[in-house]
Design a protein around this ligand. Structure first.
Ligand code: BG6
Length: 509
């Protein structure tokens, strides 16, 4: 049915034909996210013709073996199911190149192979290098891309790199990584992927704020009391993830990137235009305005870290964090964190942004809630006040949408009020299931649109904020304590106290 409100696209650069070279091609990310994303883009008919994918990894494997491994996983995880005929055509453009990451000859051989493929099969000399390997190989990969000349754009073509998180583990390592990457690729050819920015609902934050006249006038400290960003996960350390996670923790794994990115979209000023730098200039100002916690006492007051103890999730008994596979029995890593962050800008003076992220919570859900100040209580002041403020909830996932809670009179002769909800759901309004974040981001990287990718200064500014907290936890003589919560609960009591001290409480999801 025609939708009279649907305009022609505002801006959309088209993805260009290229060869995508994936480093770390035998890993989980390639199998579960990248190839299914390419496949679904192909199913939508949006894949540029002449696209080729070359997987680069250490294990010996033929093209055919690689294709059939990918097929097995695609059957299980593809958003639009698996169509044999489509897979047959699509998979013919996938190749495998075996080499150690440290072996320059492997890169030289790759350069020859790519040229040969271009000659034999035709196509454009554009190259998109994708770093999906473990981060300890990034330095070697960058060095050899440079030494082999692979990173140099061919006449009439371009050469870009997509970098997966983690972008370092603190500011110095992030700066090092940025230096290494930028000595091989210019910043404008560097695409740091943060898959939260590819989620439809995250992209909708700017539209909600700047394409509607009714919200933006209220979007400031005069009308907003506080903002909550919650990312709950029911999963623990499945699939051997404990090894990576125990060196990272919730703050580095999710807050430094995904959740601070969401915060920046909610808090930023309107950009001058929708260009990549127009948007990122405004986001970086938010990161720069985050108030740093300078002392362990400040960290203890504003941040809660916690580990789960054994409990029940989805009806099943689960072990505590320290008993998880590949997690240190005396681990000081936090699978849960709650932060009270302040953005020291004119617009947000005095408005706390409460962020919480936890593993082994009761369910998987990510949302942002905007809690407005209460109406003056001169008329209905005899009625209970808890739960009376207007709240706008932006559901990032699942059940993507936006809800607005307001007070309404209950039908009947006396004045009794109850909170009611106006609810917009993507699935009802737009039908189709939203594309996966990776689909959108891969298309953008092929189109040369970096708007939804993190710029170097954003990443580094975010680390400055995070490093103060990590420093208090791991380097001070009197580190703030580690709290506990039973797996399957909504986190430790200390996280509730963090808000209770301010006369507030976490929204129940
Ligand atoms: C990843 C983190 O970046 O994001 C994981 O490393 C986390 O720990 C995941 O589970 C969450 O992504 P999503 O899209 O499932 O919310």
């Amino acid at each position: 049915m025609d939708n009279p409100f649907r305009d022609e696209p505002l801006t959309r650069s088209l993805p260009q034909p290229c060869t995508v070279i994936i480093f770390g091609a035998t890993g989980d990310l390639t199998h579960r996210k990248l190839i299914p994303a390419f496949y679904n883009v192909a199913a939508d008919g949006d894949l540029p013709s002449g696209l080729r994918i070359v997987g680069f990894a250490r294990r010996p494997k033929s093209d055919e073996e690689f294709r059939s491994d990918l097929e097995a996983i695609n059957r299980k995880v593809s958003r639009q199911g698996h169509n044999d005929a489509l897979w047959e055509t699509f998979s013919q453009s996938i190749y495998y190149h075996q080499s150690e990451f440290q072996d320059l000859e492997g890169y030289q051989a790759l350069a020859e192979r790519l040229d040969k493929l271009d000659e034999e099969r035709g196509g454009h000399p554009n190259r998109l290098f994708y770093l999906a390997s473990a981060p300890e190989f990034f330095d070697d990969i960058m060095l050899h891309l440079k030494e082999s000349g692979l990173c140099d754009a061919k006449p009439g073509g371009w050469s870009r790199v997509v970098v997966e998180k983690p972008f370092g583990v603190d500011l110095p390592t992030a700066q090092h990584l940025n230096n290494v990457v930028n000595s091989t690729f210019a910043e404008k050819e560097t695409y740091r992927i943060d898959h939260y920015l590819g989620k439809e609902t995250a992209q909708n934050i700017m539209v909600l704020r700047f394409a509607n006249a009714i919200f933006e006038p209220l979007w400031n400290s005069r009308y907003i009391d506080h903002i909550q960003i919650t990312c709950a996960e029911n999963l623990g350390m499945e699939g051997g993830r404990g090894g990576y996670y125990d060196k990272s923790g919730a703050l580095r794994d999710m807050v430094q990137n995904h959740l601070l990115q969401l915060l920046s979209l909610v808090a930023m000023e309107p950009p001058v235009d929708l260009s990549a730098d127009g948007v990122r200039d405004e986001k970086v100002k938010v990161f720069k305005s985050l108030r740093h916690m300078e002392t362990p006492e400040e960290v203890a007051q504003n941040v809660v870290r916690a580990q789960y103890t054994p409990g029940v999730v989805d009806g099943e008994k689960v072990v505590g964090y320290r008993q998880e596979d590949r997690v240190n029995l005396e681990s000081q890593t936090e699978p849960f964190v709650a932060v009270k962050a302040m953005v020291d800008s004119w617009r947000w003076q005095g408005v706390p942004f409460y962020i919480r992220m936890g593993k082994r919570l009761p369910k998987k859900a990510t949302e942002i809630s905007i809690h407005f100040r209460r109406a003056p209580e001169v008329l209905f002041n005899t009625l209970p006040s808890r739960g009376r403020s207007n709240v706008m909830v932006i559901r990032i996932q699942p059940n993507e949408g936006i809800a607005l809670r307001m007070m309404s009179k209950l039908p009947g002769p006396s004045i009794r009020m109850e909170g009611v909800k106006m609810d917009f759901q993507y699935s009802t309004s737009f039908g189709n299931k939203s594309p996966e974040a990776y689909e959108r981001l891969l298309l953008d990287a092929m189109a040369g649109d970096a708007t939804l990718f993190a710029r170097r200064d954003e990443v580094e500014e975010a680390w400055k904020f995070i490093d103060c907290i990590e420093h208090a936890w791991h380097k001070s003589s009197d580190p703030p304590p580690m709290a506990e919560y039973p797996a399957g609960s909504w986190g430790p009591k200390e996280a509730d106290d963090l808000l209770a001290r301010d006369g507030r409480y976490w929204r129940r999801l």
